[in-house]
Design a protein. Structure first.
Length: 304
């Protein structure tokens, strides 16, 4: 049986979903990706549709797999609809459009030129040097944390070695922050139209991993960028929650998890009955899905 093409990577984490959580965005999207692997494209489309009925993500790559599934079985209007969603949410990589160039029925669709123009104009407006630098900073941030996560699960190093590695993480974070502040001083906050989605995410995540003082300093800057449509509202929600928790206050979106207790649980959430409404407004999945993704037991919500 043929394996799925390289582009068809699951952009939602492949998760083990708790029994009884059948109405989960994550589970439905995972089912869609699994069905793509066995070339059941209609089944995949059904699963993706079920996922989007629960939550409509605002990341452009979330719509690429569904668009490919629709293109495979010549559901042209549906494929175009998903590609329009991807373009609307900031698709800025030409290789994804290039993949669809072999589908003549898509190329002939009257909406195709508009999608192509939207993506290409976004690419043309990007500062590629700044984009590459920020994406490299993002990679450093993630690599050291992924390695740290692996170290946490092994007993193969001593406490002294572990502390030494944490100092490396802190050093990389510090260097990233110094460079980001220089970029902000020279160019302003790196907005999506200037550097693309991933590099824009890098700016947020570097501040997200900074000390409280820096988070408070740049929270209004990120907020202004969100208001101008240049940053993602969910990043502002995550940073806001982190600042609130660090200040000893209740968070608003339930994004911050207390891993110092067993089992881990969200820090206290203000007005938890309406948390999913707030999460939806900023483009976050339902709290239940978020906790499943992090491996946090839903039982901890009953303690709120």
């Amino acid at each position: 049986m043929k394996k799925f093409p390289l582009l068809l990577i699951c952009f939602v984490s492949m998760l083990i979903v708790e029994r009884g959580q059948s109405q989960s965005f994550t589970l439905f999207y995972q089912q869609g990706d699994s069905l793509m692997q066995v070339e059941d494209y209609q089944g995949a489309l059904n699963a993706y549709a079920n996922a989007f009925d629960i939550y409509e993500p605002n990341h452009p790559l979330s719509y690429i797999n569904p668009a490919i599934a629709a293109a495979k079985i010549h559901k042209v209007d549906l494929a175009i609809n998903y590609l329009e969603q991807a373009a609307h949410f900031g698709l800025d990589d030409a290789k994804y459009l290039a993949y669809f160039s072999k589908y003549n029925d898509l190329q002939a669709h009257p909406k195709w030129p508009g999608i192509e123009e939207s993506v290409n104009s976004r690419i043309d407006g990007i500062n590629n040097r700044l984009k590459a630098e920020l994406e490299a900073m993002f990679a450093i941030d993630q690599v050291v944390r992924n390695v740290s996560g692996c170290i946490d699960t092994t007993n193969s190093i001593s406490k002294a070695e572990y502390r030494a590695f944490q100092l490396i993480v802190q050093e990389k974070d510090s260097l990233n922050l110094i460079r980001l502040e220089a970029i902000i001083k020279a160019h302003g906050w790196p907005g999506i139209s200037k550097v693309g989605i991933k590099a824009n995410q890098a700016a947020w995540i570097i501040i997200q991993h900074a000390k409280l003082e820096k988070q408070q300093q740049y929270l209004p800057t990120l907020s202004a960028s969100v208001e101008n449509g240049e940053s993602q509202p969910k990043h502002l929600a995550l940073l806001s929650d982190r600042v609130l928790v660090r200040q000893g206050k209740m968070q608003l979106y339930g994004t911050q998890i207390d891993n110092s207790v067993n089992p881990p649980k969200p820090y206290p959430i203000e007005d938890i009955e309406n948390v999913d409404q707030r999460r939806k407004r900023v483009g976050l999945e339902p709290l239940k899905d978020y906790l499943i993704k992090l491996g946090v037991s839903l039982e901890t919500l009953k303690e709120e």
